[in-house]
Design a protein around this ligand. Structure first.
Ligand SMILES: Nc1ncnc2c1ncn2[C@@H]1O[C@H](COP(=O)(O)OP(=O)(O)OP(=O)(O)O)[C@@H](O)[C@H]1O
Length: 278
């Protein structure tokens, strides 16, 4: 992997490539009578793009919600490895999980539409801002230096995602493809150890999809960020993933390299079933 050198590294994980970064073990998630996830286990390794695919309702978003702390599985563990040690995420609140370096984007864009691109990206820095207002007034110098460092990092993200031309525009005024790019940018501004992307290319035309796939790859190849990606477009998945996990009715039915998974008869059956159901 060629990793470009940034003044402020966008990837906060210090693991070696290939080391387990996230270990999901036997998680089970139920909503009343519905089992959304049934004994799902998978390992996301440092320096990979790990796709999670499966038909509608297979449990993909539920899995991401369990990792980011929005849902709490009834059984199983989800461990993230950081320089400070291993942390089980299953009993932690979302903001604690974010502080451990797990950043995510949502299926429906969750940005502040009236704020500018720059302001939305600066909000991604929020979890790293240490100076409170009173302290900033007394210690003006350090607070100012910190503000400049945050701005520099945000500018690097703007540069990576090629959104210079819209930096002062309100997000609500941007085309959909740009908004999705800003959402990726806000997650990158958190300097994640692990980036969770829930259908970053959903609703895009072919050209926008190609651009977005390129930016996810740039975040991965140039900035060294590890990503878990939910995506429906199989061409995109095959092009940019190192590993693919397949869910169907809440169960993990395949897990391996893209070419291995694409030739798996159970996977073909799950997708064929979806076509028959549609
Ligand atoms: N908050 C919830 N309350 C009740 N049921 C839920 C909830 N969230 C998810 N489910 C159910 O869990 C199952 C898995 O849903 P999930 O959204 O995780 O699937 P998905 O693979 O992401 O689907 P899609 O590709 O359509 O987004 C579905 O049956 C869904 O209805």
């Amino acid at each position: 992997m060629i990793t470009r050198s940034y003044r402020h590294p966008l990837n906060s994980s210090r693991l070696e490539p290939g080391e387990p970064l996230l270990e999901v073990s036997d998680i089970r998630l139920r909503f009343g009578g519905i089992t959304a996830l049934d004994e799902v286990s998978l390992t996301v390794r440092q320096g990979t793009v790990h796709a999670v695919i499966g038909p509608n309702g297979a449990g993909k978003s539920s899995l991401l919600n369990c990792i980011s702390g929005l849902y709490r599985p009834q059984d199983g563990t989800i461990v993230v490895h950081t320089p400070a040690g291993a942390h089980d995420l299953t009993r932690k609140k979302p903001h604690r999980i974010a502080r451990l370096g797990v950043a995510r984007s949502f299926q429906n864009i969750e940005l502040f539409r009236h704020l500018t691109v720059l302001e939305n990206l600066m909000l991604g820095r929020h979890i790293h801002m240490r100076n409170r207002l009173t302290r900033s007034l007394v210690w003006f110098g350090p607070a100012r230096r910190q503000e400049i460092a945050h701005r520099e990092l945000v500018e690097e993200v703007i540069d990576l995602l090629q959104i210079q031309s819209v930096r002062h525009k309100p997000v609500g005024a941007l085309a959909y493809g740009f908004q999705k790019r800003v959402e990726l940018g806000r997650a990158l501004c958190m300097q994640p150890a692990l980036l969770l992307l829930d259908e970053p290319m959903a609703g895009m035309n072919a050209e926008e999809k190609e651009d977005m796939a390129r930016f996810v790859l740039d975040a991965h190849e140039l900035a060294g960020v590890t990503a878990v990606l939910i995506e429906h477009d199989m061409n995109v998945v095959m092009d940019i993933s190192d590993r693919v996990s397949v869910l169907d009715f809440g169960r993990l039915i395949a897990d391996g390299a893209p070419e291995q998974v694409s030739n798996d008869p159970d996977v073909a059956k799950a997708y064929l079933g979806e076509e028959v159901r549609a």
